[in-house]
Design a protein around this ligand. Sequence first.
Ligand code: NAD
Ligand code: G3P
Length: 363
Amino acid sequence: MTPASSRVTVVGSGNWGSVAAKLIASNTLKLHSFHDEVRMWVFEEILPSGEKLSQLINQTNENVKYLPGIKLGKNVVADPDLENAVRDATMLVFVTPHQFVEGICKRLVGKIRTDAEAISLIKGMEVKREGPCMISSLISQHLGISCCVLMGANIANEIAVEKFSEATVGYRKDKQTAEKWVQLFNTSYFMVSAVQDVEGVELCGTLKNIVAIAAGFVDGLEMGNNTKAAIMRIGLREMKTFSKLLFPSVKDSTFFESCGVADLITTCLGGRNRRCAEAFARNGGKRSFDELEAEMLQGQKLQGVSTAKEVYEVLRHRGWLELFPLFSTVHEICIGRLPPTAIVEYSEHTPKFSLVGGSAQFF
Ligand SMILES: NC(=O)c1ccc[n+]([C@@H]2O[C@H](COP(=O)([O-])OP(=O)(O)OC[C@H]3O[C@@H](n4cnc5c(N)ncnc54)[C@H](O)[C@@H]3O)[C@@H](O)[C@H]2O)c1
Ligand SMILES: O=P(O)(O)OC[C@H](O)CO
């Protein structure tokens, strides 16, 4: 029998973070190459009852705030001490809202094993003075370790109750490591496959959140299914064009994996970004996203509004705004510069030119 060599820590314990821990914990019990215990770093919170979230998770085996009613598995150990949580880990699963990951990485410098591998389940990007930076690159740059990604049509609450879904692991070169990640996540109801296209997979997961905001506006305006499908098609086109402009290596086939078209569909039908954007449009843009997020999500975080802002900065800086009418209009609606109705007035204009000869043609 192979000796257990891999120890897993999940960095994050929100809605998806908790489900990821559950999936992984069911596998580490079965697979001999992994230690049974899965550490889960918890950003500590004091609940209205006065109790600490991490203690309650360990007492009840449930994340009572972010995933109530779901047993995580007895081998999941919540740990509010970040340094302690990662100390012995050889496999680090990053799954926090994207706005917090850089601060977390800075705290982890010099604290992790040098032979650790990472995977990011985080849908989002950072924009630096030098340009856009994907979260997997940010993790690699800060910590000096390689980082795969896992994205897909994965509404956490559905996977928590073991409804079937698929996901895509994106890897750079090392297929063996990708296969280890697939093994760690794959279950009878969570079917994972791997593709050699980190940026393509990660950009799909990131950019679909902007399209979900647009879809929510359409729902809030009660424009119907045809309009929503049109928004999804235009959004997919912009996702592909933007991805290929940033990274010419991005593969067309990636957009047909779970991380691509399937995630776009599920998010535009049932995601949190869509839901809050619907409320925003119903209120005629009079209540801010911050207010709606706090009221509707109870501590969970939206990624689409900040991603729209980050992408807008890239577009403006590179002179690409006219190429991406949907992405730019979503941001301008979110900040109140345009009314929600602008989503259809503006997005229907197909850009007047395409980058023929390059790899960024519209389809
Ligand atoms: N929830 C889903 O259905 C889902 C599915 C797939 C991917 N994702 C992606 O996974 C990532 C994480 O999402 P999630 O649903 O687990 O989180 P979430 O939306 O539930 O966010 C809440 C989490 O943020 C933490 N948090 C709040 N303030 C913090 C701070 N200052 N520092 C660090 N952490 C802080 C909370 O403790 C909690 O763990 C996101 O990028 C999201 O897009 C989510
Ligand atoms: O609820 P959302 O909008 O953050 O989307 C959740 C997942 O990313 C869907 O795959």
